[in-house]
Design a protein around this ligand. Structure first.
Ligand SMILES: [Fe+2]
Length: 623
């Protein structure tokens, strides 16, 4: 998506800027603020918007069945020792990248013999030129990594144990940014041990003038007919990075609600104190995603469906998530896969864990504080955060479920001017007006809930403000942390747990499956588009679209006390820029040329208009 076209922008500015008797120094900024309206796409500068709801389309089904593991998209397509479930993940910067895959066959049953991860090598052969099949010598580089297996064990009658194939993770280093590479992964010492050749293009280097082409955002995906529609639609939009905000496979639901399995788990397995998670769904999901994930990085964060308790009493959790995904945790100083950060061009992504300690006295908070302190907004003007359960949500489902996390962490994010927050968990779409502490605030993040990927639990359609749909404060217990449900202290919902209308902080909500695409244009503008699945093959329409506009001049960063950061000897890294012009200084020369051209056009148009109409005091806006 190109930046707002100069011609259309000038026309839009002309339409809106017939301001009479307004000093030119006020007129020009006002006109510029409206430039992005070209094409009729609103900007956050036009907000806050009146709350809007698009009613659920009753002609659509609320959900669909799980895709069976025998489906060709989920079944094994290669024979061991060939790699499968190949997936990429971003690393510390554009110069490195993680490659993961699985070899061997997983086992399900009562007598399992885990595979030996040391029995097969973890190699990635790669270079900037394609090589003939079997010709590893043509690749100038080879990187090696590590391998592991994991088991999901249930010491209860009737439940199936599982042990995985060998899961490999290799980090490539020394890559050139924004460059196409070709690779094969596997074990070159084994006949048939290497994959077919695949390719990827590295992310752009961190910088205010370079951004990933398109970032796809999806949540609560699962593996149903709706999930496959979402992924097909997402692939059509040709993203260069995928952000997945938790609840990936719903393997833990498969034997309960999926695939026509047991409708009542506790009825079918009365002696099992914990729910079985059917791990082969993870392998099917990895195969299904491989056409995308072997080409572009998939960045994940854990959701509640990744908890998957096992063992005696369920004391062991998150084993599959931790084993299967490579994430840049060590690279970003977190030392846990439950939260981490990375850069993609001029965007700093912060992935937070809602199912680990989020208290302001805890390790995650300290890490986040330090991570944000190290962000240089002149290099990565945009800071985008993501985690699984939303803080702002007006649906009945999961309403106020993670209030404790919000109360612990929101101030830190606000002070550091996080630009956008993505969450899932609620199976519907909702975009908020800029909001902080339930109060509209032009300097607060734009919160977007995108948990409408299409999983087996169906779409959420009830709103907490619908008659009779306000959950009781005892509902919606979080699967981690405490309960901090609260009544509002001001506004139309003062003294109440739920509003009696769509809250003012909820800008737009709709119960449809889909995914989103974020296209950052420059250090100021980013286009967000929500694509509904039912629009995929219809007219060129979108479910929701808005330019998210940064205003660093109006929303200066508030310094964080260096003493609280335990800075190492030698001092802390440079704090974030508070310069209002810093981001603009980094605009590329090409962008600068067009910007100057547009500014001059706007000034000329508005000056001509002003001279054609008699001057008089006051501001009169002619529309
Ligand atoms: Fe969830």
């Amino acid at each position: 998506m190109a930046s707002p076209s100069s011609t259309a922008a000038a026309a839009a500015a002309h339409r809106h800027c017939r301001l009479l008797a307004l000093p030119l120094f006020l007129l020009v900024p006002s006109c510029l603020a409206l430039l992005a309206e070209a094409g009729g796409i609103p900007t956050t500068l036009d907000g806050p918007f009146p709350p809007a709801t698009r009613a659920f389309d009753r002609t659509l089904r609320q959900g669909s069945d799980d895709v069976p593991l025998t489906d060709p998209r989920l079944a094994p397509r290669v024979q061991p020792p060939a790699p499968e479930q190949i997936a990429l993940a971003a690393s510390a910067d554009a110069g490195s990248l993680w490659v993961s895959w699985v070899t061997g066959r997983a086992q399900v049953g009562s007598n399992l013999t885990p595979l030996d991860p040391a029995s097969v090598r973890s190699e990635v052969w790669y270079g900037e030129h394609s090589a003939a099949a079997g010709d590893t010598a043509s690749y100038p580089q080879v990187a090696t990594g590590s391998a592991e297996v994991y088991s999901q064990l249930y010491p209860y009658p009737g439940l199936l144990n599982y042990t995985s194939g060998v899961i490999h993770h290799v980090r490539l280093r020394g890559l050139r940014p924004a460059t196409r590479y070709y690779y094969r992964c596997g074990d070159s010492s084994l006949p048939g041990g290497l994959s077919d050749e695949r390719s990827f293009t590295t992310l752009p280097a961190a910088g205010a003038g370079s951004y990933p082409r398109r970032v796809a955002v999806v949540g609560d995906l699962g593996l149903t007919g709706n999930s496959t529609a979402t992924v097909d639609h997402l692939a059509q939009n040709d993203p260069s990075l995928v952000l997945m905000v938790g609840d990936m496979t719903y393997a833990n639901q498969y034997l309960t609600t999926g695939g026509k399995g047991a409708t009542c788990f506790s009825c079918s397995f009365p002696d099992a104190p914990i729910r079985e998670s059917y791990q082969p769904r993870w392998d099917g999901w990895g195969r299904f995603m491989e056409p995308i994930t072997s080409k572009i990085p998939l960045m994940v964060i854990e959701g509640n469906h990744e908890i998957e308790p096992q063992g005696n009493g369920g004391e062991v959790t998150f084993v599959s998530y931790l084993a299967r995904f490579a994430v840049p945790s060590k690279e970003s100083g977190s030392n846990t896969k439950f939260y981490y950060s990375f850069n993609a061009g001029g965007i700093h992504f912060v992935m937070l864990g809602a199912y680990v300690d989020y208290n302001h006295t805890g390790a995650q908070y300290s890490w986040l504080e330090r991570d944000l302190q190290m962000v240089d907004r002149q290099v990565t003007p945009w800071v985008v955060a993501a985690w699984h359960p939303p803080w702002y949500n007006s649906y009945s489902s999961h309403y106020q479920e993670f209030e404790c996390m919000r109360q612990e962490m929101e101030d830190l994010l606000y002070r550091n001017h996080i630009d956008i927050v993505f969450a899932g968990h609620v199976h519907a779409y909702e975009r908020m007006n800029r909001v902080f502490n339930y109060t509209l605030d032009p300097c607060a993040p734009v919160y977007i809930n995108i948990g409408d990927g299409g999983n087996i639990e169906k779409i959420d359609i009830d709103h907490a403000d619908d008659p009779g749909k306000c959950p009781s404060p005892g509902d919606n217990h979080p699967e981690f942390g405490g309960i901090c449900h609260m009544n509002f202290t001001s506004g139309p919902a003062k003294g109440k747990f739920c509003w009696d209308r769509q809250p003012e902080w909820s800008a737009y909500r709709e119960s449809s499956f889909g995914h989103g695409i974020l296209e950052v244009v420059n250090s100021t503008y980013a286009l967000w588009t929500w694509h509904r699945n039912q629009d995929a093959y219809g007219e060129n329409s979108v479910g929701d679209q808005i330019y998210i506009v940064r205003q660093p001049d109006k929303c200066p960063l508030q310094p964080t006390s260096a003493s609280s950061l335990n800075c190492p000897t030698g001092g802390c890294p440079s704090p974030m820029s508070t310069s209002s012009s810093g981001a603009h200084l980094a605009i590329t020369s090409g962008q600068l040329f067009w910007k100057v051209l547009v500014i001059m056009s706007v000034v000329l148009i508005c000056t001509v208009e002003a001279t054609r109409i008699p001057m008089f005091p006051g501001l009169i806006l002619q529309r």
